[in-house]
Design a protein around this ligand. Structure first.
Ligand SMILES: Cc1ncc(COP(=O)(O)O)c(C=O)c1O
Length: 422
């Protein structure tokens, strides 16, 4: 057996890990016997940081103490509360503070962005999306097409993956070259929720710009997991959620990026609400809508501070740990998982996530060619929290902030036991 495939080796990696103390700062679900579950589901719902309760309690306490004056008098006043989130959030998505806003939830934000940035003309009216996009994104683009009187059958172009679910960028290029005069919007779910493939955002954005095509990304599986460098690449817009790798709690708020090149354009159509209006005159009431010169202009309502407190708690942990450290560990941790799986030398186990670490985040999607869901259920019973996606795929996402090398080792050990001994 390879010396790396050994619990002592996994422990030695943990001992050297700069981020090892962060594991203690999260609540792990427990098994009946009180032992910690092996949690690998940060791609669905991240674990609760232990500081979350305090941040929420602080808002509750301020509400109790100040009533309505909490908007201005609380230590973290509610009026500008979303502004406290913009800086740490911007670092994670590679944006300027003014380009980022935490608001609503992902699918809502996607629609708001398409209201502004999907402006079809009779000729340039199509949307291109990856074929296996998350269903909500597909419903979003299909319903936007219908909303504009267009036909989703004809006006939606699907970028197809190969037989291994891998999306080749050359196929994307060919689609753009063939339809460049008809495509108004490219919307890509980056990182792909099913395979964990991270598409080449620089290439996609550049190609779209060449042909005057608006480009947006759904970063639900990317945010906190890869560095999307949104500003530098010149992406038009992006949306994401904060409940996966950003650990902000079930159904928590979404994030939105609008490139600054669009901020001062007063002609961009948008759905308007009072929280997008110029802050200095917002309370004068009855004035014509005067959009804030930032991504804040897309806000509609005054925000839910209790939910924002959970986002602030989580972003503070992220900021303290340092996003580059998180990304660095992520590559090593996922690489270790990949190594251990490959070391099984089992022809019926196929990792469908790209091998190249630059083309993925922390998730590995593993296809078990000879197993059905009962195998996954046995893993679950043994204390593994992961998810099953038809057909035959288990997604495992070791999250660098709270997973250890030993977790990864123990997962593969359990998998081996169930597969070959049980
Ligand atoms: C890739 C992707 N897009 C969109 C969504 C929908 O998110 P929401 O329910 O927050 O709108 C999800 C949810 O998991 C997702 O994974």
């Amino acid at each position: 057996m390879n010396y790396q495939n050994n619990p002592e080796f996994a422990k030695s990696l943990d001992a050297k890990d700069k981020l090892k103390s962060y594991r203690q700062r999260f609540h792990f679900p427990k098994q009946k016997d009180g032992s910690q579950k092996l949690y690998f589901c940060g791609n669905s719902l991240g674990l609760e940081p232990k500081n979350t309760g305090d941040y929420i309690d602080e808002v509750i306490e301020d509400w109790r103490t100040y009533g309505v004056d909490g908007h201005t008098d609380a230590e973290y006043p509610w009026m500008p509360y979303h502004e406290f989130l913009a800086k740490p959030m911007a670092k994670i998505v590679g944006a300027k503070e003014s380009e980022v806003i935490i608001m609503n939830t992902l699918s809502v934000n996607l629609h708001l962005m398409m209201v502004s940035f999907f402006r079809p003309t009779p000729k340039k009216r199509k949307i291109l999306i990856e074929a296996d996009a998350f269903p909500s994104d597909l419903y979003g683009v299909q319903s936007q097409l219908k909303f504009h009187g267009l036909d989703p059958e004809k006006d939606l172009i699907l970028w197809q993956p190969d037989q291994d679910q891998y999306y080749n960028i050359s196929d994307f290029d060919q689609l753009i070259d063939a339809h460049k005069d008809e495509i108004a919007l490219v919307l890509i779910g980056n990182t792909n929720y099913y395979t964990g493939q991270f598409f080449d955002m620089a290439h996609i954005t550049q190609k779209c710009k060449l042909h005057d095509i608006t480009v947006g990304f759904d970063l639900a599986h990317g945010v906190g997991n890869i560095n999307p460098d949104l500003h530098q690449l010149g992406v038009d817009f992006a949306v994401w959620c904060t409940y996966k790798y950003l650990n902000s709690g079930p159904g928590s708020l979404g994030g939105c990026f609008v490139h600054e090149k669009h901020h001062s354009n007063k002609h961009i159509p948008r759905f308007e609400g009072w929280w997008g209006h110029n802050k200095t005159t917002r309370f004068n009431m009855r004035q014509a809508f005067d959009p804030i010169n930032s991504a804040e202009a897309w806000q509609l309502s005054n925000p839910p501070i209790l939910s924002m407190a959970a986002v602030r708690a989580s972003l503070d942990v992220f900021d303290e740990a340092g996003f580059n450290n998180i990304l660095e560990k992520s590559k090593k941790l996922t690489g270790y998982l990949e190594f251990l799986l490959n070391d099984l030398e089992d022809d019926n186990i196929k990792i469908i996530t790209p091998k190249n670490p630059e083309e993925r985040g922390c998730q590995l999607s593993i296809r078990f060619l000879d197993s059905d869901k009962s195998f996954f259920e046995k893993l679950t019973k043994a204390g593994v929290v992961a998810d099953w996606r038809e057909p035959q795929v288990i997604r495992i996402a070791p999250a660098p902030l709270y997973n250890s090398y030993e977790d990864v080792f123990n997962f593969v050990k359990l998998l081996k036991h169930i597969r070959y001994a049980g």
